[in-house]
Write a protein that binds this ligand. Structure first.
Ligand code: UFG
Length: 330
């Protein structure tokens, strides 16, 4: 399959490019390089530098590369940033996705894989979340993704397109062969922050809230290795290629770890101290978010291979150390 990977120069999209090549497909990267990196696109993979909101360029790219399927990763994804700049998020994540879909319809692309998020669920219960749980996003980020989910559903129904929407839980880790990893500047994600603290890049870190109704008082998340997440995307594309029906699936392991457990794992894996100070709650944080992953396992035959927090931390740590050694950008 010839697959257009929007956001293919970024963290998760970049892993998709590698996995597509490993599986014998032909990725074409479409990225505006706002947060992605040219160096991360493997040699031999075409890179079109442009914006998914540029209808003409997207259409020309779909036609000239004879694209069979689109994997749409390009998005802004920082929750507090979305609260401060909702219009920016709706433009980038929703309006530009509309342009991308319009170009896909014009070019006759029939297969679409979309990166959504567990943030569409909002403040959920402490039970694993099934896909049919009510959607009540707490942030413009979550809403911008929810709106795109709805639009994709309707466009697909009207124009003979089929899609898989994947709702990501907490993605972390790096390619085990260290061909790619997370390069976000000023990272805010827990595992990255804890690792940077272990490596001495930050003097200390903060635990946002220790009085939650969980066994140790800190929030619980379902951390998933980026390689397992991407394997699900390749299965989704192949499902669509076989004529499979559209679906929305959760992408998480189905069990969670608390913030304190994650920090303790970083200490153990790195062998270094991580000074973690107790701070107040971060606005908008749900207590527990854990996936019910039954649907993705049964419908796509997804079997995670790296479902182990220590492995996720180890791969992130190796990637972060390599970045430092090579003096690459965060
Ligand atoms: N946390 C800390 N200290 C830090 C960073 C994080 O205590 O320095 C805590 C947070 O308060 C939260 C947990 O660690 O309880 C995880 O926080 P992250 O920022 O790593 O991730 P989130 O759960 O907030 O959000 C992530 C993605 C979203 C996605 C969501 C789905 O950033 O895009 O997972 O569950 F929607």
């Amino acid at each position: 399959m010839n697959v257009l990977v929007t956001g293919g120069a970024g963290y998760i999209g970049g892993h998709m490019v590698l996995a597509l090549r490993d599986a014998g497909h032909n990725p074409v990267v479409f990225d505006n390089l706002s947060t992605g990196f040219r160096w991360s696109v493997p040699e031999g993979v075409p890179l079109v530098v442009g914006d998914v909101g540029d209808h003409e360029l997207v259409l020309r790219t779909l036609q000239s590369h004879q694209i069979d399927a689109i994997a749409h990763f390009a998005a802004k994804l920082v929750v507090p940033e979305s609260v401060a700049d909702p219009l920016g998020y709706y433009l980038n994540n929703t309006v530009k996705s509309r342009t991308l879909m319009a170009a896909a319809v014009a070019a006759g692309v029939e297969k679409f894989v979309f990166s959504s998020t567990a943030a569409v669920y909002g403040n959920a219960s402490d039970k694993p979340l099934g896909e049919d749980a009510p959607l009540a996003p707490l942030s413009p980020y979550g809403s911008s993704k929810q709106l795109t989910e709805v639009m994709l559903r309707d466009v697909a129904a009207a124009h003979g397109m089929r899609y898989v929407t994947l709702r990501y839980f907490n993605v972390a880790g790096a390619d085990p062969a260290l061909r790619h990893g997370q390069c976000t500047e000023n990272a805010t994600h827990l595992i990255k922050v804890a690792i940077q603290t272990a490596l001495g890049l930050r003097p200390h870190m903060e635990i946002f809230g220790t009085d939650y109704p969980t066994p140790d008082g800190t929030c619980i998340r379902d951390y998933i290795h980026v390689t397992d997440l991407i394997a699900a995307h390749v299965l989704a594309l192949e499902h669509l290629d076989r004529g499979g029906e559209s679906m929305v699936v959760n992408c998480g392991y189905g069990h969670g770890y608390s913030v304190s457990e994650v920090i303790e794992t970083v200490r153990k894996v790195s062998g270094k101290p991580v000074e973690a100070r107790f701070g107040s709650r971060r606005p908008g944080d749900p207590v527990t978010i854990v996936a019910d992953s039954g649907r993705i396992r049964s419908r796509l035959g997804w079997e995670p291979r790296l479902d182990d927090l220590a492995t996720i931390v180890e791969h992130s740590l190796r990637w972060e150390s390599m970045l430092r050694e090579r003096n690459l950008k965060l």
